[in-house]
Design a protein around this ligand. Structure first.
Ligand code: TXA
Ligand code: MG
Length: 345
């Protein structure tokens, strides 16, 4: 597969070209407020097949359908419950994906053969203008090769997908930096399948009870294939330490010191405060921003992980930041990047 990938501007001209490509069954990567998406016409099975091929994504992993507005929900879902309408009204446009009963117009390839469909209205102005101009719902997974870290700028998209997609709209860095929250509304109690840009606390404040799906074992039957343990993975082995701050920092210092003494190149992916404390060790440090500013950390997380990984350390050490608000999504992505190398202290 080799297609020259056009770089488009995020203005009316670029959006018109991109919308034409989507209408013609082609693929366009575009910025959303979370990460870049790899878009194709959600109602065109050939376009949907191209998305899976370009990403190297298993057909069993369903796609999110992006709409320009809540009013378009009826095009893709069979039934809009009162809870779904209320959530959509409260959180859209925004980083919340709802799992709802699939409407008949949505090809089974989008939902991996299932009866439910994932839907959201993104908040990024370029994404919304593109979907509206295309005049069709847009299926869009994150615009990375399967299993890689999600892209938060156009250069990341090209690094993974140049030659495999028709175009990318360069809208600069994304605002949130981690993917949308995925909430299943087809279960008796709404179930959080993936923590993301909308916090669990915000959903519980709105809905009352929300269950949290456990992270599936790699060989388990997956409720949501995105719960796959190894995902968002760097090339270097990443170790994640989880526990109280002081102890976790001490663990990072001890482990880094030991590895460096053994002649291994150590990368540290840590908040600014840790970076300052650990700078003297001689490790390769990527600072994520202040630990107290989770929005800044989320925004930088994937770019920092990519940058550090590109320098090919023998291992990467990272620290979990807890479960409050966006920290849950940050910890979830770090744990997936760690692919089981999680140390609880
Ligand atoms: O922020 C985001 O959600 C980004 C931007 C582009 O919108 N998209 C994104 O898509 O992260 P993707 O494909 O990388 O992740 C979608 C997640 C996967 O974990 C997938 O398994 C899950 O949503 N999913 C999609 N349809 C589903 C369904 N019908 N039931 C359960 N999980 C579903
Ligand atoms: Mg993805």
């Amino acid at each position: 597969m080799s297609t020259p990938t056009r770089l488009l501007t995020p203005d009316a001209v670029g959006i018109a070209i991109a919308a034409g490509i989507l209408r013609g069954g082609g693929l366009v990567a575009f910025p959303t407020e979370t990460v870049y998406g790899l878009g194709g016409d959600a109602l065109n099975p050939a376009a949907v097949a191209r998305i899976f091929a370009a990403k190297g994504r298993p057909a069993a992993d369903p796609l999110i359908v992006h709409l320009a507005a809540q009013a378009d929900l009826g095009q893709v879902v069979a039934d809009v419950s009162p809870a779904a309408s209320a959530l959509a009204a409260a959180f859209w446009p925004g980083p919340l994906t709802l799992i709802l009963p699939r409407g008949p117009a949505v090809p089974l390839a989008v939902t991996a053969g299932g009866d439910s469909v994932a839907v959201r209205v993104p908040a990024h102005p370029v994404a919304r203008a593109l979907i509206a101009a295309a005049g069709t719902p847009v299926a869009a997974p994150s615009a990375n090769r399967f299993g890689h870290t999600s892209p938060t700028d156009a250069a990341h998209v090209l690094a993974d997908l140049a030659g495999r997609i028709d175009a990318v709209i360069d809208g600069g860095a994304t605002m949130i930096g981690v993917e949308s929250t995925v909430l299943d509304l087809t279960t008796p109690v709404p179930t959080l399948l993936r923590p993301g840009g909308v916090s669990l606390e915000a959903l519980r404040a709105f809905l009352g009870a929300v269950e949290v799906a456990g992270r599936a074992a790699p060989d388990a039957t997956l409720r949501s294939p995105g719960l796959l343990e190894r995902h968002y993975a760097p090339e270097s082995a990443l170790w994640l330490v989880v526990g109280p701050e002081a102890g976790a920092r001490a663990w990072l210092r001890e482990r880094a010191t030991r590895e460096l003494a053994a002649g291994r190149r150590v990368g540290l992916l840590v908040p600014d405060e840790d970076a300052a404390q650990l700078a003297a060790l001689g490790a390769d440090v990527e600072a994520l921003g202040p630990a107290g500013d989770l929005e800044a950390v989320a925004r930088r997380l994937y770019a920092a992980l990519r940058a550090l990984d590109a320098r090919q350390p023998d291992l990467i050490l990272a620290r979990d930041l807890g479960e409050a608000g966006l920290a849950r999504a940050i910890g979830d992505r770090l744990a997936r990047a760690a692919a089981g190398r999680v140390v609880r202290i």
